[in-house]
Design a protein around this ligand. Sequence first.
Ligand SMILES: CC(C)(COP(=O)(O)OP(=O)(O)OC[C@H]1O[C@@H](n2cnc3c(N)ncnc32)[C@H](O)[C@@H]1OP(=O)(O)O)[C@@H](O)C(=O)NCCC(=O)NCCS
Length: 165
Amino acid sequence: MEEIASHVGELGALLNACVHDGASVNFVLPHTQSDSEAFWIRKVIPHARDGGLAVLVARQNGRIAGSVQLDHDTPPNQVHRAEVRKLLVHPDFRRRGIGKALMTEAERLASDLGRSLITLDTRTGDKAEPLYQSLGYTVAGVIPGYCRDPFEDRLDATTIMYKVL
Ligand SMILES: CC(C)(COP(=O)(O)OP(=O)(O)OC[C@H]1O[C@@H](n2cnc3c(N)ncnc32)[C@H](O)[C@@H]1OP(=O)(O)O)[C@@H](O)C(=O)NCCC(=O)NCCS
């Protein structure tokens, strides 16, 4: 955990680059490096310190190239489930298998934590959808008008997916 806290600048740069590249990951423009760092400081680190959120990081030549979060802070009737959040690969490092490797590691961790069901959502039609499908995720359904596009005043659909481990 202290490791994440000491890499807030780099993790912020990862999120900021993804948002400015058009990723639908909760943020809209204008968005700054400082907004990205605030996300890690306020939303991620406290949750990880509480023990309900695991953060996995991928490095390339010493630089943070990607990250994914596994939220296992589920209610008492869903202790078999975990939620994958914020799969991010820096635009400089895409299509090298990092996203897939992060997901594989998140699944391994979920399994180690005794979780047998993974759920996630992703903007319908985004690059992540074929990635999740290639890993065996099933589409549960699509919710129209779920989230605003980061650049344009337009609402996009989200696809809810799941995988039984
Ligand atoms: C989605 C994302 C994580 C993929 O990361 P990545 O490291 O480039 O993915 P990988 O190299 O592991 O690709 C794995 C598979 O995903 C699919 N895929 C990934 N990028 C793709 C693209 N641009 N177009 C089509 N398919 C794509 C392919 O099936 C690919 O396998 P292949 O390269 O053998 O064809 C990355 O594009 C990203 O960070 N996007 C912005 C953030 C985001 O939308 N995250 C998802 C939030 S739910």
